[in-house]
Design a protein around this ligand. Structure first.
Ligand SMILES: Nc1nc2c([nH]c(=O)n2[C@H]2C[C@H](O)[C@@H](COP(=O)(O)OP(=O)(O)OP(=O)(O)O)O2)c(=O)[nH]1
Ligand SMILES: [Mg+2]
Length: 138
């Protein structure tokens, strides 16, 4: 086994007060859990390029507005991932699971009751904090 870090582009896709989640296949790493759509950054790609490619491949949307949100490294027993998380605030197309995976829109407030991969806890906290701040400032 290698200890190479797997770099992953992750999209927190926002529509109003909801976030798009996809179900990871049961055979995949962290299978059967809900994820923010995304995937591995390929060599020669920037993270925004990888994000755009993965979101088109997985959920059939074209990203038109995104911003870097947070980065997080997490060591699973079998591999270490570097999650490069972007907020996707505008996109073209109606999302659907192009690889047959179920999708759902979840209220920001309900995100903490969803079963995510183990690495995701800080992401959920940060999203909820971010939206709480936005509401106060409205
Ligand atoms: N997309 C995504 N991946 C996550 C999240 N949390 C988390 O730990 N991961 C991990 C699981 C995987 O080990 C890795 C993402 O790899 P992936 O399987 O989605 O990669 P990919 O889309 O390029 O798929 P593949 O072609 O390699 O099958 O990051 C998350 O919220 N979203
Ligand atoms: Mg993926």
């Amino acid at each position: 086994m290698t200890n190479k870090v797997v770099h992953v582009a992750v999209g927190v896709i926002v529509r109003g007060e909801q976030i798009l989640l996809a179900l990871r296949g049961s055979k995949q790493h962290q299978g059967g859990k809900w994820e923010f759509p995304g995937g591995k950054v390929e060599s020669g790609e920037t993270v925004p390029q990888a994000l755009a490619r993965e979101l088109l491949e997985e959920v059939a949307i074209e990203v038109t507005q995104s911003s870097a949100f947070m980065q997080l490294e997490y060591a699973y027993p079998e591999k270490t991932v570097l999650l490069d998380i972007y907020l996707v605030s505008a996109f073209n197309g109606e999302p659907h699971g192009r690889e047959g995976q179920p999708l759902r829109w979840v209220d920001v407030n309900a995100l903490d009751s969803i079963e995510f991969p183990d690495a995701n806890q800080p992401i959920v906290e940060r999203i909820q904090q971010y939206f709480a701040t936005q509401t106060i400032n409205d």
